[in-house]
Ligand binder design. Structure first.
Ligand code: SAM
Length: 295
């Protein structure tokens, strides 16, 4: 009870002081994660990102901006669809992620990709209004104000141009999120900062449609999906979380000096609450959608 009061008291204090994980921390974490990101994340969910690109039905020669391109899963699929006469500009704030994307493009011999290190909130100043055929954003609208981003992208696409989004939904990876909150509740003295990421995630594909409609776009398609991950122990879950974008920024939430204690508690709690018949099932849930600017 005392721990709980201390925990909620800290949340109020952090909110009042604006003590929230800063974007630079998330960027730094993605630099570190870039080496393992494809093996632990893209390998499983890359197929859903590629499906988004397929459903966009981009014409050869299209000019596309891929926001928060990371290691380039969407950018590479787009480069393939738009062909040599097309152009893909991948934008991301993490040098590490961009370096992996560039390396993969070189290995595949693409000459129609450019990667730019920038914040996705600022990048549109470099493009004329109504100049792009499409804009995509995979697994990253939750890092910014999603409506502002979609509205800015809508101004840059031509009439008939498209926007494609895919994003985790709010109750994705529920066992991991619930356990992380419990760790902070049980060890409030090590709880340092807030992270407000999941409040900006869409609840479902209806929220993606609302984002499009909020930018006066016509919704062409929307869908939801999930991928189940099975782990045999809490250690396995922790290892997975620490190698995917799922932990980006989270390391700072808890005191780094107490990392071992927090990690051990995470493993113990997730096994107590979610280990059933020798496995912990964690479901990655997402929503996606495509919209068009009226012709
Ligand atoms: C989960 S990864 C998604 C990467 C890629 N789109 C994919 O499909 O795998 C999130 C990416 O968003 C980037 N990111 C987060 N906030 C950003 C911002 N404000 N500006 C630019 N990149 C950002 C991170 O650096 C990271 O590469």
């Amino acid at each position: 009870m005392i721990n709980e009061l201390y925990f909620y008291g800290k949340i109020i204090a952090f909110l009042l002081k604006g003590n929230v994980v800063r974007p630079e921390i998330i960027q730094r974490d993605y630099d570190k994660l870039s080496r393992t990101y494809d093996d632990y994340f893209s390998r499983y969910v890359g197929k859903y990102s590629r499906e988004l690109v397929r459903r966009l039905e981009l014409a050869p020669g299209s000019k596309v901006v891929d926001l928060a391109c990371g290691t380039g899963t969407l950018s590479l699929a787009i480069a393939e669809s738009v062909g040599e006469k097309g152009k893909v500009t991948g934008v991301d704030r993490s040098q590490g992620m961009l370096a992996v994307a560039e390396k993969k493009c070189r290995a595949r011999g693409f000459s129609n990709t450019t990667f730019v290190e920038a914040d996705i909130r600022d990048v549109f100043t470099g493009f004329e209004d109504n100049s792009l055929d499409a804009v995509t954003c995979g697994w990253a609208i939750g890092y910014v104000n999603p409506q502002d981003l979609v509205s800015a992208a809508a101004r840059k696409i031509r009439n008939g141009g498209k926007i494609g989004l895919i994003e985790n939904v709010r109750d994705t990876l529920a066992p991991i999120r619930k356990t992380a909150v419990k760790v902070a509740q049980e060890l409030p003295r090590h709880f340092n900062q807030l992270m407000d990421l999941h409040f900006r995630l869409p609840k479902d594909s209806g929220d993606i449609k609302s984002l499009f409609m909020g930018a006066d776009l016509q919704v062409l398609d929307s869908w939801e999906g999930d991928e189940k991950f099975e782990f045999r122990s809490g250690e396995e879950v922790l290892n997975w979380v620490l190698h995917t974008g799922a932990s980006a920024g989270f390391d700072t939430v808890m005191d780094r000096a107490a990392k071992k204690e927090c990690d051990e508690l995470f493993v113990r709690l997730i096994e107590k609450d979610f280990l059933r018949d020798g496995r912990i099932v964690v479901t990655h849930k997402f929503a996606a959608g495509i919209a068009q600017k009226e012709e």
